[in-house]
Design a protein around this ligand. Structure first.
Ligand code: AMP
Length: 208
């Protein structure tokens, strides 16, 4: 299928985890603006340093920065047949800009209520060697890996509350925006990783 897929949902909905499955099925490259920003922060580029302030505060990075990143990324050869967007677009202006430079063929919305999100994010850990995401309670790492796990600096309770506020004010309205265009597929994300994976697979098989 040509065209891009958008993986949509609040922080902690499991977008990153489910993205792996969609990449396997569709062979589309994953384009995560969060990962791109974290890479820029690690490099210490001026853009990364400016973005870090927003990220640490749980605020959205300005649209023009994000749109610039995406424009550049979509020029790479592997984006020819469409990509899987993860964490983008997050505002209506971002979606409007995307409409001008790429075709979105469907938007998979992973829906999780707020009260489930805080526990999910605060317990989230990453293996810096593989990028694999674990959770202290829901997906514990094997003992040989546990010692090297790290926590994202913005995965603390206070920042999560700001991120949720940004989601409700700026990102959630996009669900209706995409629904009006007939592109939105809603998935219940308030279930086990495995169950959500099955729903994601079903949604993908419907659109391929
Ligand atoms: P994520 O890894 O998708 O949860 O993103 C982490 C942080 O990066 C967010 O809390 C924002 O500060 C920033 N960010 C990532 N993607 C976007 C985007 N599309 N628009 C604005 N800010 C973003």
């Amino acid at each position: 299928m040509a065209g891009s897929i958008v993986l949509f949902g609040p922080p902690g909905a499991g977008k990153g985890t489910q993205a792996g499955k969609i990449v396997e099925i569709t062979s589309k490259p994953q384009v995560s603006t969060g990962d791109m920003l974290r890479a820029a922060v690690k490099l210490g580029s001026p853009m990364g340093l400016a973005a870090k302030e927003y990220m640490d505060a749980g605020l959205l990075v300005p649209d023009e920065v994000i749109i610039g990143l995406i424009q550049e990324r979509l020029q790479e050869d592997d984006a020819d047949q469409g990509v899987l967007f993860d964490g983008f677009p997050r505002t209506i202006p971002q979606a409007e800009s995307l409409e001008k430079i790429a075709t979105v063929s469907s938007v998979i919305s992973i829906e999780v209520p707020d009260d489930a999100i805080v526990d999910r994010i605060v317990g989230r850990r990453m293996d810096p060697e593989t990028g694999e995401i674990y959770h202290v309670q829901f997906k514990p790492a094997p003992p040989e890996i546990e010692g090297r796990l790290i926590q994202r600096p913005d995965d603390n309770e206070e920042t999560v509350r700001s991120r949720l506020e940004a989601y409700h004010n700026q990102t959630a309205p996009l669900a209706d925006w995409y629904s009006d265009r007939g592109l939105l597929i809603r998935i219940d994300g308030n279930a086990s990783i495995k169950q959500v994976g099955v729903s994601v697979e079903r949604a993908i098989s419907r659109i391929l």
